[in-house]
Design a protein around this ligand. Structure first.
Ligand code: BGC
Length: 393
């Protein structure tokens, strides 16, 4: 072959390679929303996730709705391990902080995504009196009891029952906590049903019964970053909380017992405000929390399902609404994250790179007669519902 033809041929071949590459790149840029591309109805699948040191196997369930939104749940702690939701251009990102290894959850999780119980948040000095009898629980947070003690519901293995309906898919989790576990009275039969609906909501229905009088306060402890986990801090998220009162705390984050007005304080989120705007204020309550770590007394006061909070992330356009029938909402701005934990994305989680909105009864209620009661008696059923509703601007 003459040299000129050879050069022409190799030039043509190179041109073809470049052309194919350009077309491939262009195709990948055409926004085919993954949601639509995937198609199909809601589905749920189960995979092995890891084994606990005692030999128990932990599964991970993947729930997928008709829009392609995907939620992963562990049988360990009932943990929402990942929540993939679209941004305003249809691109999915995982908006829940988490780990991809079971050992990380066991060793060092600051309650990422878990079911928190038997008593979410704090009980002063781990002590309460019920029907004349005083119970001493573990003190696992300075002088206080936090999130159910040394081995709370976040560290238990839950029985899982998947289900599928026309417009939703879900996982029913059950756990029986024996009488005296973590020094709480009564055998508590707990059930948490997670449902992922086709309108991008995660619904959590909690139920519990007891064999003896006890106290109970369950919640979910997901840390959100609507930019995507591992993608920076949450300070630019705009927060609105439908509460005009809160329960101020002492230095150890135990409520003083007061139900105080939010008006005029940097904790007031009745108007949408960026989380970072006032987070370094010298306000004594903010200083005590190291940022936001407070129980908001919802204006709905626990009378039926109502919008408690709405969070908008302006860059991605993702929106989260928290709807609950609970009287309180703990807004925690991830102040104790310190850049040492490496999350699912492989990125470190710096301080305030996730926030939690925990629907709940007020912290330390068993020691405050003026707070709504958290006592559960045999024959009664503890029932509560909270919804994380996702949308875009
Ligand atoms: C509490 C924080 C605590 C965090 C643990 C939140 O519910 O309010 O004070 O540090 O949980 O991850």
């Amino acid at each position: 072959m003459p040299t000129s033809t050879l050069i022409r041929n190799s030039f043509a071949a190179a041109f073809r390679v470049v052309l194919v590459a350009v077309v491939a790149l262009a195709l990948s840029l055409v926004a085919v929303p993954p949601a639509q591309a995937a198609g199909g109805g809601p589905s749920i699948t189960k995979k092995y996730f890891g084994t606990l040191s005692g030999g128990k196997k932990i599964d991970i369930y993947t729930l997928r709705n008709s829009n392609g939104m995907r939620v992963k749940i562990l049988t360990y702690g009932g943990i929402l391990q990942s929540i993939e939701v679209p941004d305003s251009r249809g691109r999915l990102a995982d908006v829940a902080l988490g780990f991809d290894k079971l050992s990380d959850y066991v060793k060092q999780s600051p309650y990422f995504g878990c079911i928190t119980g038997r008593y979410a948040n704090r009980i002063a000095k781990g002590r309460f009196t019920l029907d004349g009898k005083t119970y001493q629980l573990a003190t696992n947070d300075g002088p206080n009891h936090l999130h159910g003690g040394n081995k709370g519901f976040d560290k238990r293995v839950w029985q899982a029952e998947p289900f599928r309906r026309h417009n939703s898919v879900g996982l029913a989790l059950t756990y029986t906590s024996p009488n005296g576990e973590e020094h709480y009275p009564g055998t508590l039969r707990a059930k948490v049903v997670y449902t992922l609906t086709d309108d991008n909501q995660i619904r959590m229905d909690y139920r519990a019964t007891t064999s003896r009088p006890t106290v109970v306060n369950l919640t979910n402890h997901t840390y959100f970053n609507l930019r995507g986990e591992g993608n920076g801090r949450i300070l630019g998220h705009e927060m609105r909380i439908n509460a005009s009162h809160y329960t101020p705390v002492d230095k150890t984050l135990i409520p003083t017992g007061k139900i105080a007005r939010l008006g005029g304080t940097p904790l007031d989120f009745r108007e949408p405000t960026a989380i970072g705007d006032r987070i370094n204020s010298k306000n004594q309550q903010i200083v005590r929390g190291g940022g936001y770590d407070h129980n908001y007394v919802l204006d709905s006061r626990g009378h039926g399902l109502d919008l408690a909070a709405k969070v908008v992330e302006p860059e991605s356009g993702r929106v989260l609404e928290v709807i609950t029938d609970q009287p309180g909402l703990q807004f925690y701005s991830g102040n104790f994250l310190d850049g040492t934990l490496r999350g699912t994305s492989g990125h470190l989680y710096p301080k305030r790179s996730g926030f939690a909105l925990e629907s709940q009864h007020f912290p330390d209620s068993p020691n405050h007669k003026n707070f709504p009661s958290t006592v559960l008696r045999p024959g009664d059923v503890y029932r509560t519902t909270t919804i994380y509703a996702f949308s875009t601007m």
